[in-house]
Design a protein around this ligand. Structure first.
Ligand SMILES: Cc1cc2nc3c(=O)[nH]c(=O)nc-3n(C[C@H](O)[C@H](O)[C@H](O)COP(=O)(O)O)c2cc1C
Length: 180
């Protein structure tokens, strides 16, 4: 049986949307933005992949995502989140999972896909927040070399996204859909 798969993404500056596209093409899945999806139709899908972004350590819309996951035990849900932090920032990323995914004891399959920053597509409040955070990291005494480099990078727009980063998620979904 062919599984019906959909990627539902939340994206402001485009990174999470681009990853949704890359994933949907590879998996022959549908894709739709969060705002355009009619959630009454969620039961039509066997696999639902949510894509979201990190905002100040929080996964955007995680409370609503939790609701759909809990309410639909027959659907296989997978989550990916995009952020500016490098893949090597394992402490920071683990903290995000711990703080956001405790509702399922972190058993919701989840993937971190590094993206970047697009200042020109942020609103003024978001832009100032990120700039202030980068400045704070730089000014903090006894900061690690790696954090200082990250702060420097965050002072401007950058793009560290790449299609290769979707491979673990795609492999996971292929294994899941082949084995059922
Ligand atoms: C206000 C704001 C706060 C952010 N906070 C974080 C953060 O805590 N950790 C992180 O890794 N990235 C953070 N980012 C970067 C975004 O998560 C990243 O750019 C994301 O890919 C944006 O997704 P989008 O392009 O789909 O909107 C932040 C971005 C903004 C605008």
């Amino acid at each position: 049986m062919n599984k019906k798969i959909i990627v539902i993404y939340i994206s402001k500056t485009g990174f999470t949307q681009q990853y949704a596209y890359d994933i949907a093409v590879d998996l022959h899945a549908e894709m739709v933005s969060w705002d355009r999806f009619d959630f009454d139709m969620i039961k039509q899908f066997d696999v639902v992949i949510f894509g979201s972004r990190i905002v100040a350590g929080q996964i955007d819309k995680i409370n609503a995502i939790k609701f759909y996951v809990k309410d639909n035990p027959d659907i296989d849900f997978i989550l990916y989140v995009t952020g500016a932090a490098p893949d090597t920032a394992t402490k920071e990323i683990d903290k995000i999972w711990k703080e956001n995914l405790t509702f399922m004891n972190e058993t919701l399959p989840h993937f971190y896909l590094q993206s970047g920053l697009k200042y020109d597509q942020m609103n003024i409040i978001e832009r100032n927040l990120v700039k202030a955070f980068a400045k704070f990291l730089k000014m903090k005494p006894h900061q690690k070399e790696e954090t200082l480099k990250q702060a420097e990078l965050m002072s401007d727009s950058f793009d560290h996204s790449s299609i290769e980063k979707t491979v673990p998620l795609i492999d996971y979904v292929k294994e899941l859909t082949d084995s059922n």
